[in-house]
Design a protein around this ligand. Structure first.
Ligand code: G16
Length: 542
């Protein structure tokens, strides 16, 4: 085995964001960049003798990056790499494979919902042995290693193509190419009542699943159409492409507009859903109705006992801080724990490992459970379908009956995209500086009751994460959260999360923007959004 050791320069200031390192393809493709960052990961995790899982969402640069990573892995003494055929693994399937094969960790190549192609984005994320994203202690070590690196090691031989199932080797390292779908589909069969679902589809239930030309195409076609009998063509945009068909693989009303419009039209199927670039996000719709991710988590928590995998109940529900309080109300009624964590799936890992939470969810279209350690788009779809199969009602009835029992948390997120990093930082700094002065401040008929800069002490390992977003709680209970996105690759994105609770006996059929008008206006004014961003309004409202 011939190894080359190549001098390289440190990578400075490349702290992974909310979910691994995301950059333009052009940055990752710069000579030595991917090599150096991969070596920094290996310096941090010391992978000699390790078994690793490797997979990606198939976006542009996936195959080239895999070939490089395999050669660096071999040069660093990795014993075995389990790879999805063609280099493909959805993020939840990779998480499952790490767990089911007792691997030491895995590398996931994806920029999630960000666009792909030569001008698009690429990403690299390290997951630990529990199958979940590396916690901050590990990502901090990777950053330190990247800042002090001066060489990388790479096998001189080239890596095999990854198209043929089975084992081969490169240097002393075994490469095992596996079917990307098989193990994941088997896990779904364990969790859900496939017989009941088959019956529902045989009875004429209709569905449209938009795979957005991304990784879930093969997974959804196999599970929904082949195994469950949904009509052929129920999965649309099912063939993955390197640039997601030129689209933006983010399952929300803006980017999944074709599905959104279909579900609001008169020819809508019974159920609509979409997933993102790497298969971990989801969008859920019924005929004429969009289910917010916050409501979806609450509904799944309230109905989980109807699904075989959760029939003995759930231990707790965890949500990210900007997610609405809807799931807290369910947890309270069920008498189970409710947790509020910072944004980022990695913060759920300890709670899931300790058995304190069974279901987790985020306003950013992520929902999941203890079956893996990532959010899981298709899992969320199957949860909903299984619940509909048991309750035999439509999506809108599930929601309206939920609100009638628990009340409705009107919710919306306003995104100001591509603003200057300076403006974004100045806005957050001004809010932080003003924190003690904000309580009592009034605007548009709303008065701030309390203001805090969210910090989280992990109840399992005690680690503390600070500066996770500003929370403004208004008198009467409405809430606004302001934070900067950690997943963008250009400029900065300000996210403003808004919510207002309506009791069970109050109106639940208002448009969310109308129900939230006062809290929107008050927050825009108190945070001086126009002043700092130069924008009259948000770019994306979801
Ligand atoms: C990633 C994380 C999620 C998190 C989201 C937030 O999502 O995995 O846990 O909620 O980022 O994004 P932002 O920082 O832009 O608000 P994904 O799907 O991109 O991996």
């Amino acid at each position: 085995m011939t190894i080359a050791t190549i001098p390289t320069a440190p990578i400075e200031g490349q702290k992974p964001g909310t979910s691994g390192l995301r950059k333009k393809v052009a940055v990752f493709a710069e000579p030595g960049y991917l090599e150096t960052y991969t070596q920094a990961i290996f310096n941090a995790i010391q992978p000699k003798g390790a078994v690793l899982v490797l997979g990606g969402d198939g976006r542009y640069f996936n195959r080239d990056a895999m070939a490089t990573i395999l050669r660096i892995a071999a040069a660093n003494g990795v014993a075995r790499v389990i790879v999805g055929q063609g280099g493909i693994l959805s993020t939840p399937a990779a998480s499952h494979l790490i767990r089911t094969r007792n691997a030491d960790g895995g590398l996931i190549l994806s920029a999630s919902h960000n666009p792909g192609g030569p001008e698009g984005d690429f990403g690299l994320k390290y997951n630990i042995a529990n199958g979940g994203p590396a916690p901050e202690s590990v990502t901090d070590t990777i950053v330190t290693c990247a800042e002090h690196i001066d060489r990388y090691h790479i096998l001189k031989a080239s890596a095999p193509t990854l198209d043929t199932l089975g084992e081969s080797s490169v240097g002393d390292m075994v490469i095992e190419v596996v079917d990307p779908v098989a193990d994941y589909a088997a896990l779904m069969e364990d969790l859900f009542d496939f017989d009941a679902l088959r019956q529902m589809f045989a009875g004429g239930f209709t569905l449209c699943f938009d795979a957005m030309h991304a990784v879930t195409g093969p997974y959804a076609t196999e599970i929904l159409e082949r195994r469950l009998g949904a009509a052929s063509g129920s999965v649309i945009n099912a063939v993955p492409s390197e640039d997601f068909g030129g689209g933006h693989p983010d399952p929300n009303p803006v980017w999944a507009k074709r599905l959104y419009d279909l579900m609001l039209g008169s020819d809508a199927p019974d159920f609509g859903a979409a997933s993102d670039g790497d298969g971990d996000r989801n969008m859920i719709m019924g005929h004429g109705i969009y289910v917010t991710p916050s409501d979806s988590l609450a509904v799944l928590a309230a109905n989980a006992h109807l699904v075989p995998g959760y029939k003995s109940g759930i231990s707790g529900v965890a949500r990210s801080m900007p997610t609405s309080a809807a799931s807290d109300r369910v947890a309270k009624k069920l008498g189970v724990e409710a947790f509020q964590t910072p944004t980022g799936w990695k913060f759920f890992g300890n709670l899931l490992d300790a058995g304190r939470a069974t279901l987790c969810g985020e306003e950013s279209a992520g929902t999941g459970s203890n079956h893996v350690r990532e959010k899981d788009g298709l899992w969320a779809v199957l949860m909903w379908l299984n619940i509909l199969a048991v309750r035999k009602v439509a999506v809108d009835e599930v929601l309206t009956s939920h609100w009638a029992e628990f009340g409705r948390d009107y919710y919306s997120r306003h995104d100001y995209e591509g603003i200057t990093a300076d403006g974004a930082t100045a806005l957050m700094s001004a809010l932080k500086a003003d924190l003690p002065l904000l309580p009592g401040r009034s605007s548009d008929g709303m008065t701030v009751a309390s203001a805090e800069d969210f910090s989280y002490a992990d109840p399992i390992d005690g680690s503390v994460s600070t500066g996770q977003g500003i929370i403004l709680t208004y008198k009467g209970g409405a809430r606004a959260v302001l934070r900067l996105s950690g997943t963008g690759t250009e400029g900065a994105t300000l996210r403003v999360y808004l919510e207002q609770y309506a009791e069970p006996n109050q109106a639940h059929d208002l448009d969310a923007q109308i129900a939230l008008l006062q809290v929107i206006n008050a927050t825009t004014s108190i945070a001086q959004i126009k002043h700092f961003t130069g924008r009259d309004g948000p770019d994306v409202i979801s």
